[in-house]
Design a binder for this molecule. Sequence first.
Ligand code: PCA
Length: 331
Amino acid sequence: MLQSRRFKKAGSGFAIAAVFTFASLASAGAQTKWDMPTPYGDSNFHTQNIAEFAQDVSAGTDGSLTIQVHSAGSLFKHPEIKNSVRKGLAPIGEVLISRLSNEDPVFGVDSVPFMADSYDAAWDLYQASKPALQEKLGEQGLQLLYAVPWPPQGIYAKQDIDSIDDLRGLKMRAYNASTERLVQLAGAVPTQVEVPDLPTAFSTGRVEAMITSPSTGANSKAWDFLTHYYDTQAWLPKNMVIVNKRAFDRLSDAEKAAILEAAGAAETRGWEASKAETAAKTKVLIDNGIKVSAPSDVLQGSLREIGAAMVGEWQESAGDDGAAIVEAYQN
Ligand code: PCA
């Protein structure tokens, strides 16, 4: 159990109280330390936002609750983070929501190509899908604290991609079920690779192209192994911070309030940071020699066709939950 009540609540053991002075007893409040696994590296804006969130929690609880962030899959690898929080091995953690779409299509709604391809649309879709998201997490004893999108997703390659045919046969990196499906529908070959493993996967030839954000491209120094970026703005997948409900319920009311307040601030800050990140990291790509361009009309047309097919597939698999989300989104 990584979560530790380091010290028992003051007064819970009278033998200890007997040897403490009154003054030291008053300062010896309950101390809780939470370990927090996250999938992405320290230079990433999501991780930096989480570091600020952790500071806010510590400040807001006068240090009675501290969160230690374990980034880049160092405590639990990305595919294990959700279950580690569910089981209480870690009380809190971050995951890409759509990593969980194999469990339930509701988790994949933000990664269906072109369903919501701007920040405004992504926000509306988040609001429309939040009740279902909270419900699905709740069934697993998990609670949503906040969610923040990645910048819009585009295509990285080592050559010109003028039409979808140029992707045919390429070994393309995938990061969730929907990128895998998109790659398949484009006639390319998907391989799942976590962000911290990207440089190795490219340098050893396991993959030769990918779809991700300017953020992840810049953080992984894409210019070391890729040359082209096409700004297709296909979707904005979100990360979420989740907490184990039992761990949350054990907190004091003041600690609960502090964590919820810090989460609200992190969500607002994160959406703003993501928008700023899009332009900033696209510039980093350009400055390092990546050829950044808009996709050709034919390429974008084919991607939109694939997107439309995937919207259909998603709606079919998501059934009534999906229909409710789409209806709320359209209103
Ligand atoms: N970066 C993450 C998810 C989406 C993104 O922009 C990744 O590439 O895995």
